[in-house]
Design a protein around this ligand. Structure first.
Ligand code: SF4
Ligand code: SF4
Length: 376
């Protein structure tokens, strides 16, 4: 047995209860002292996607972040909270998500990961050069704090995908652009990035997860009742897939990890600590809708497939406030506002669903065309 994943049941975010659960999950891996030594700087990397209240399940719950920060402080470490969200307005985001309150209470910094530098890795199967936040790479330790959520483009966002927050600003948009065209390419980059950043510990907040049209406010909070911890985020993701009733073939990052040999993807080789897997099963979890593949080929064929076999982003007019967030984030600039309505150039849309991710009103969703529903 190589990888170990500890699973703990947890019904709510009561701060004292969640602290006991997180502590117990980490104890099973050797305790916080196995990951943090006195005086070390520790980046706590939550999912800070958008300025949504904790109840919306868009971001890692502040009680989980607080519990981990307290453990790090008790071990003599110097924690700081950091991420590079896709949307502007970091201060507002920190306040809305309750993360600023945690930082203030514990007297620890919360920072927007800003400056990046090139990092090279030798393994030929992985991305050789990646641009990553300097602050993340310079931290003595990294504790990855993902949220259990669906993801329109990548199926789910769990431990490996959460490290994408260590890619800064404009670089992120470029990757999203490539991701729209080739999801396996994006998954390989994510796995390469995870390998380069190499978080020491991953603790997943799956107490209230998200199903449906995640990862933004279009998704629906779902009580999953689990906290998971591991030093191997690939193994952790593999275990969560099992709990939700999905297969490794459905998840691009697990396929990419298998290809490159990063982390443990074989369930039979993962040691589970805690109750057996069956205890945590989430029945009828709603995965994101089929989105199809963006095709290559002659323009006419490409247009036909795009229109009939891929999901188009579309706003619900009764919810849309014309805030322009989707317009500003779109990497191909194909959304505009005309006569107080959004207008899309679907022929040029690469189906990256960044617009779905950032919509604060849950108004934007991928909509499956009839043909995709029948044939997909
Ligand atoms: S419209 Fe949405 S899905 Fe299409 S390219 Fe722009 S952000 Fe991506
Ligand atoms: S769809 Fe959402 S992000 Fe786009 S303008 Fe409307 S409210 Fe804003």
């Amino acid at each position: 047995m190589g990888a170990k994943v500890s699973l703990r049941g947890c019904a709510d975010y009561n701060p004292a209860g969640i602290k006991r659960v997180v502590q117990s999950a980490v104890e099973a891996l050797g305790g916080i002292g196995a990951f943090v030594k006195t005086g070390e700087t520790v980046l706590l990397k939550p999912n800070m996607l958008a300025p949504a209240s904790p109840e919306k399940a868009v971001t890692t719950h502040p009680s989980v972040i607080r519990a981990v920060a307290e453990l790090v402080l008790e071990a003599g470490g110097k924690p700081f909270i950091g991420d590079s969200p896709a949307v502007p307005g970091f201060k507002h985001l920190c306040k809305a998500t309750g993360i600023a309150g945690v930082a203030e209470k514990l007297g620890i910094p919360v920072v927007e990961l800003a400056k990046s530098a090139e990092y090279k890795q030798g393994d030929k199967k992985l991305f050789r050069i990646l641009e990553i936040s300097e602050m993340a790479m310079e931290a003595d330790r990294i504790i990855n704090l993902p949220k259990l959520k669906t993801h329109s483009q990548m199926f789910l966002t769990l431990g490996v995908k959460n490290i994408f927050g260590c890619v800064v600003g404009a670089r992120k948009a470029q990757w999203h652009f490539k991701a729209g065209m080739d999801r396996m390419f994006f998954a390989r980059m994510l796995v390469g990035l995870y390998h380069a950043v190499s978080p020491d510990l991953t603790i997943l907040d799956g107490v209230i997860g998200m199903e449906g049209d995640g990862p933004g406010t279009s998704g629906v909070p779902r009580n999953c009742g689990v906290v998971a911890a591991s030093s191997d985020a690939v193994a952790l993701d593999r275990v969560i897939l099992e709990i939700l009733g999905a297969t490794p073939e459905q998840m691009y990052t697990i396929q990419a990890a298998r290809e490159t040999g990063v982390g443990e993807t074989d369930l039979s080789k993962i040691e589970i600590s805690g109750e057996p897997l069956e205890f945590f099963r989430v029945e009828n979890f709603a995965f994101p809708p089929k989105i199809g593949k963006v095709p290559f080929g002659p323009p006419m064929v490409r247009r036909f497939i795009l229109n009939h076999l891929t999901a188009k982003p579309k706003e619900a007019r009764d919810k849309c406030t014309l805030c322009n967030k989707c317009v500003n984030i779109c990497p191909t600039e194909v959304i505009s506002v005309k006569n107080e309505r959004l207008k899309f150039d679907y022929d040029k849309c690469i189906r990256c669903y960044c617009c779905v991710e950032v919509c604060p009103e849950g108004a934007m969703r991928p909509t499956e065309p009839m043909l995709l529903r029948i044939t997909g």
